[in-house]
Design a protein. Structure first.
Length: 82
């Protein structure tokens, strides 16, 4: 039926190495270096990511407040109804 899916092309002069997933460590240095790396990445990106979120949240809150304000009826319009 043809060539198997993993061997569709024959590439010459290329050597590939692989390690079985069962031989790899799932979380190497996770507890010793992971938290420090997370803190470093957070500090380097917080000023790039946070301002758009703060502006977006402020616009969202303002829009909801304005919607609620405009949804209410003006009591002065109904003073002389009777």
């Amino acid at each position: 039926m043809g060539i198997e899916f993993g061997n569709l092309a024959r590439v010459r002069h290329v050597i590939t190495y692989s390690l079985s997933p069962f031989e790899q460590k799932a979380f190497p240095n996770y507890f010793s270096k992971g938290s420090l790396n997370l803190l470093r990445r957070f500090r380097s990106q917080v000023f790039r990511v946070a301002p758009p979120f703060v502006v977006g949240y402020a616009i969202y809150v303002w829009g909801n407040q304005e919607f609620e304000r405009l949804k209410r009826k003006n009591p002065a319009d109904f003073e002389n109804d009777e």
